[in-house]
Design a protein around this ligand. Structure first.
Ligand SMILES: Cc1cc2nc3c(=O)[nH]c(=O)nc-3n(C[C@H](O)[C@H](O)[C@H](O)COP(=O)(O)OP(=O)(O)OC[C@H]3O[C@@H](n4cnc5c(N)ncnc54)[C@H](O)[C@@H]3O)c2cc1C
Length: 319
């Protein structure tokens, strides 16, 4: 017997989709992913310390603790969970067929893709050490910028695209100064964003500069920069480092079976709907949202995907 609904991914989007599907008697299965060097079950929030902007937690909550609560709430309604990746999909016939990293095959009447998108890091040893311990390195200004640790400090942003400028401008609300370090001598960002940054008195640029190390034991004290032209190295004292060099959506396992945009995010053609290019396959969270990328918006689209799937199954007389 095929499963009524299979949910791939275990961040806020996946667990919320599971919770709604379970309470709608769809008896969902979640493939939460295998732990690896680049991803762990529970999603992006497993790599962070304080989450202060998820409603319902007035004193904030640690990211891993929050994801444990999400998982438990889905389990309470008998969600079945496999700690495996989905490695390939066959959406050409119905029921759909999914293959897992344990080489098992599962059939599904409806599928929700909630595999998230990984923030890109510079992959410097001290960057990860300080990012995972709340030491002043982050890949999300909107998530972390308002934390007391960053107030009135000089902050460094790495990147040159629209999101780097957006993050830099956002940080000027709290920082004493924001330095945007970019490896080239001009930005990739749109002219309007460039103009906004260049006219903001709190923003400065370090051109032709790459961050080659993060300094500090428990807390960041600065960054080591290298000039990409002269190769000269210099240290810059700072109270925070924000990496804004894009995200990589976890969609390679789809292997072209669902329409993706040019950056690899799943396309959901109708606005305010989670249906993908394949009827019966839905998407939720950061994997289909290159714009908001927040836990609460991921959970929101997880709810939407579950309701969309439930209504589609009912409409087709499948559940
Ligand atoms: C350092 C950091 C701090 C952040 N802090 C905040 C914050 O304070 N507040 C906030 O709102 N947002 C924050 N965010 C953003 C937030 O984490 C994301 O928006 C949110 O986690 C997206 O949820 P998601 O469910 O779409 O995907 P994810 O959380 O990315 O979860 C997807 C998970 O699916 C699983 N998976 C992937 N591929 C497969 C596969 N093939 N098969 C099975 N499983 C798979 C993996 O376990 C993966 O981790 C932060 C992000 C980062 C990087």
């Amino acid at each position: 017997m095929p499963e009524k609904i299979v949910i791939i991914g275990s961040g806020p989007a996946g667990w919320t989709a599971a919770l709604y599907a379970a309470r709608a008697n769809l008896n969902p299965v979640v493939y939460e992913g295998e732990p690896s060097s680049i991803m762990i079950p529970g999603g992006q929030l497993m790599y962070t310390t304080e989450v202060e902007n998820y409603p319902g937690f007035p004193s904030g909550i640690k990211g891993p603790e929050m994801m444990d609560l999400f998982r438990k709430q889905a389990e309470r309604f008998d969600t079945r969970i496999y700690t495996e990746d989905i490695t390939s999909v066959d959406f050409n016939s119905h029921p759909f067929r999914l293959t897992s990293s344990e080489n098992t095959e599962v059939e599904a009447l409806a599928v929700i893709i909630a595999t998230g998108a990984r923030a890109n890091w510079l992959n410097l040893p001290n960057e990860q050490r300080l990012a995972q311990t709340g030491g002043g390195v982050s890949a999300c200004a909107i998530c972390d910028g308002a934390l007391p640790a960053y107030r009135d400090k000089l902050l460094v942003v790495v990147g040159g695209g629209d999101s780097a400028i957006e993050e830099g401008l956002y940080l000027t609300k709290f920082a004493s100064k924001v330095i945007i370090a970019h490896r080239r001598d001009k930005l990739r960002a749109s002219p309007i964003m460039q103009e906004r940054a260049k006219t903001n008195t709190k923003v400065e640029f370090k051109w032709n500069s790459i961050v080659i190390d993060v300094l500090g034991e428990k807390l960041i004290s600065g960054v080591r920069l290298q000039d990409t032209v002269t190769k000269e190295e210099s240290d810059l004292g700072c109270g925070g480092l924000f990496i804004a060099i894009g995200h990589t959506p976890n969609t390679s396992f789809l292997n072209g079976k669902v329409e993706l945009d040019k950056k690899g995010f799943v396309v959901t053609p109708k606005s305010w709907r989670t249906a993908t290019s394949v009827e019966g396959v839905f998407a939720a969270g950061d994997v289909m949202d290159p714009y908001y990328k927040q836990a609460v918006s991921a959970a929101g689209t997880g709810c939407m995907a579950s309701l969309d799937a439930e209504r589609w199954l009912a409409h087709k007389g499948l559940a």
